[in-house]
Design a protein around this ligand. Sequence first.
Ligand code: ZN
Length: 156
Amino acid sequence: MAFGNQQLTDGPLPQQFIDDLRLQANIVQVVQDYVPLKRAGRTYKGLCPFHSEKTPSFHVDPEKGFFHCFGCNVGGDVFKFLELHEKVGFQDAVRMLAQKFGVSLPETEEDEEGRSDARLRESLLKVHEQAAAFFREALAKVRPASAPGSSSRNGT
Ligand code: ZN
């Protein structure tokens, strides 16, 4: 792995920010910076930047926000495109895109990258576990015997 690239990163970005950016970023606009695209109905196509070809098999779907090449089978969303084309990590791809679309990055005061990324994932897992435990407990507390209405129905 080469770390020659300038690191733009401080820490991991919140998922919410990434999702918002994905919605805002126009994948056609991004790809067009690298690949000349032609409109083909609902989608766009051009010569694939990831393998050499003479007839365009590289498609971009602006509605879904995805690209796909039928020649070499690469595909993904707008971040994936930048990752592959600029040979950067996911977080850097997000940052580049944010810069391009003039979206200001959220303040992240995390420690070293990667480690905090793992920690975030871990804490997310924990939240899921806690939520599951909470619901299990809540369900266990609702006893069918104590439910009102079930026995008084028979009277009428
Ligand atoms: Zn290709």
